[in-house]
Design a protein around this ligand. Structure first.
Ligand SMILES: *Cc1c(COP(=O)(O)O)cnc(C)c1O
Length: 365
């Protein structure tokens, strides 16, 4: 937390707006829209809820196919299954580690030949890294397929100087505890289209029709953010820029300190945008480095330093084993050799150096 959140929570308490909705939620939505340059924002109980609603608004129904990145957190894909849809997992491209635009285009064209187009494409901006959006948007526009941006990890990151999440029909953000800013739990759905956000707002509030009694003409959800959490969000939004600068600094510091070691590469910076460097991720080439990712992870654990493998690709997950996968093994390679280094905003230079020393020791063995 940055310090201003408690004041805002106090304000919410003093107004006695504790229940979901309230003036803090309205203010958070407005400030968020301004921060990312979106026209309309809807504060929700989680990023997963935002993806679920985005898929509903894109018209996904039972049996529909939805294209999604394979190298991601399961929450990008789970809501497709909530709706009875079928995920088609697409491999990463090396330049960004995000969904490969050529494979997206190839898949859409192959599906067209079979006579059924995918209902939506979920583009994930992995670890805050902007995906190669333009070619994806081009092919999707050509075929009239809505793009949903899963920017859950990517608040504060840009594509061609514009905030991620504002390019697709709908954009999704998360304020889960581990994200770059947090409300302890929460999410945001953004769009340029008022009708979509109005509809999502209704669906997220148990789909109440406008009537003095409780009238329902569609199935609703209880997905709104509480006024108290929105107060935390407003405080956190004030430090977003600092957080991004710090995360990017941590990335650069690791890069500098590890530059003399062979066999370590970083998630690349793309020519089309700027990552928020939510997490600093490396790939270890076992042959060049002389040790595996697991050797490094375990050596760090010995020193009570937590690091984690990257997301395990969805097409390798038991729960998605029957789903279609299009790719050639890029995401598998990144997963096998990839490691997320400690990247918390509170890390000091000494903390980073401590991590680096352990990695260097493993290499010398
Ligand atoms: C965290 C995350 C989500 C889900 O957000 P929650 O707020 O935790 O529900 C979705 N997609 C990605 C890529 C994430 O990292």
């Amino acid at each position: 937390m940055s310090g201003t959140e408690l004041e805002l929570i106090k304000e919410a308490f003093e107004s006695n707006w504790i229940a979901p909705l309230g003036p803090m939620v309205d203010a958070f939505e407005q400030e968020f829209s301004k921060a990312v340059g979106a026209k309309y924002s809807l504060a929700l109980s989680s990023g997963t809820a935002a993806i679920h609603l985005a898929l509903i608004l894109s018209g996904v129904k039972t049996g529909d196919e939805v294209i999604v990145s394979s190298l991601t957190f399961s929450a990008s894909a789970n809501p497709i299954v909530y709706l009875g849809g079928k995920p088609i997992f697409i491999d990463s491209e090396k330049a960004s580690w995000n969904i490969d635009p050529d494979l997206v285009a190839e898949t859409i064209k192959n599906k067209e030949k079979k006579g059924i187009l995918p209902k939506a494409v979920v583009v994930v901006h992995l670890y805050g890294q902007p995906a190669n959006l333009n070619p994806i948007l081009d092919i999707c526009n050509e075929y009239g397929i809505p793009v949903i941006e899963d920017a859950a990890e990517a608040l504060g990151a840009t594509y061609k100087n514009r905030s991620l999440g504002t390019f697709g029909l709908l954009g999704v953000f998360s304020f889960n505890g581990n994200k770059i800013i947090t409300t302890s739990g929460g999410g945001m759905l953004v769009s340029e289209q008022k009708d979509l956000i109005d509809h999502a707002r209704k669906l997220a509030t148990q789909a109440r029709d406008p009537a003095p009694h409780y009238e329902h003409s569609e199935i609703g959800y209880n997905y709104r953010m509480s006024n108290i959490l929105a107060a935390i969000g407003r405080g956190q939004l004030k430090v977003l820029k600092e957080r991004v600068e710090k995360r990017r600094y941590i990335f650069e510091k690791y890069k500098e300190l590890l530059s003399d070691l062979p066999g370590i590469s970083f998630q690349p910076e793309t020519p089309w945008g700027q990552s928020n460097r939510w997490l600093t991720c490396i790939v270890i080439d076992e042959k060049e480095f002389g040790a595996t990712r697991e050797d490094v992870r375990l050596a760090l654990e010995e020193e009570n330093i937590e690091s984690r493998p990257l997301w395990k690709p969805m097409h390798m997950q038991p729960v998605f084993k029957d789903c279609e996968f299009i790719g050639s093994g890029v995401s598998e390679m990144i997963f096998k050799n990839g490691l997320c280094l400690p990247s918390g905003s509170a890390m000091s230079d000494e903390d980073i150096e401590r991590v680096v020393q352990v990695i260097k020791k493993v290499q010398r063995k």
